[in-house]
Design a protein around this ligand. Structure first.
Ligand code: GLP
Length: 251
């Protein structure tokens, strides 16, 4: 595991965007699995700029959203699908059939999870998985639990997660209670994983995930088992990491 600490959110986003650029230049048909949320916003904006400036052609990539709220349609502005439309897909003009999203309005959610799992398998495997981390250590919407869930599944969101995400909704009551998330095994099969963390609110979760025992109580801790993980944290998120585990400092 490589752990890079960047001097700012901007620097963290630049390294992450360059890493994605490298992956897509090497393999234009790359399969990318992407997190929504505030953390990667600037990364996706930078990819849009790379595309506009013809530094890289993203039109051949395939994307998988790692999670979605249950009960929101794909045209709901608060859905993660719309998040990606806004920050990425509009800019890189990706054809719809290359964009994979769990459908939060599916009538049969169990069947939808199965369908999504099959799409991941059929894609031939994820080349790069871009993750954020919840302040309770969640990745995607894999919440702290007594066990890891392998495949795409429906999750009842914890109160902590709903509170954190209520900023995108009217209030806590309006915030969805359930979501669909890619499972841990599907994530761990990705060839490379990049975990981004920004801000003091992520410092404890990040330190626990990287330095404590692997446990489903801190879902991100499973990443310690993966052979190719790049963690990029800004200084605020890295403040609880001891100097000896940091592999690089980026100014
Ligand atoms: C959200 C999403 C995750 C995201 C994480 C952190 O709820 N389900 O995919 O990585 O929590 O979000 P943020 O970057 O907004 O802090």
């Amino acid at each position: 595991m490589q752990i890079a600490v960047a001097c700012s959110y901007e620097a963290m986003s630049e390294i992450a965007a360059q890493e994605i650029l490298k992956t897509v230049r090497k393999k234009p048909q790359s399969v990318l699995a992407l997190a929504a949320g505030s953390t990667p916003v600037l990364v996706y904006e930078k990819l849009g700029r790379f595309h506009a400036e013809k530094e890289c052609d993203f039109s051949k990539i395939t994307t998988f959203q790692i999670d979605e709220y249950i009960g929101l349609s794909t045209d709901d502005k608060r859905s993660f699908f719309q998040f990606f439309q806004k920050y990425l897909f509009h800019k890189i003009t990706l054809p719809l059939h290359k964009i994979h999203t769990p459908r939060g309005m599916a009538e049969d959610i169990a069947l939808e999870c199965q369908r999504y799992h099959e799409e991941i398998v059929m894609s031939g495997g994820i080349d790069l998985l871009v993750l954020g981390i919840g302040s309770n250590g969640h990745i995607g919407f894999n919440e702290p639990d007594d066990f890891f869930t392998a495949k795409t599944h429906a999750v009842e969101l914890s109160e902590a997660t709903r509170r954190a995400n209520s900023r995108f909704f009217k209030d806590l009551d309006d915030t969805p209670k359930w979501a669909i998330s890619m499972g841990i095994e599907e994530m761990m099969h990705a060839k490379k994983i990049m975990l981004l963390a920004s801000g003091t609110g992520k410092a404890s979760a990040l330190a626990e995930a990287l330095t404590r025992d692997i446990t489903p109580k801190i879902p991100a801790s499973i990443l310690q088992f993966h052979q190719d993980v790049l963690v990029i944290a800004d200084e605020a998120a890295a403040m609880r990491l001891s100097a000896d585990i940091i592999t690089e400092r980026i100014i």
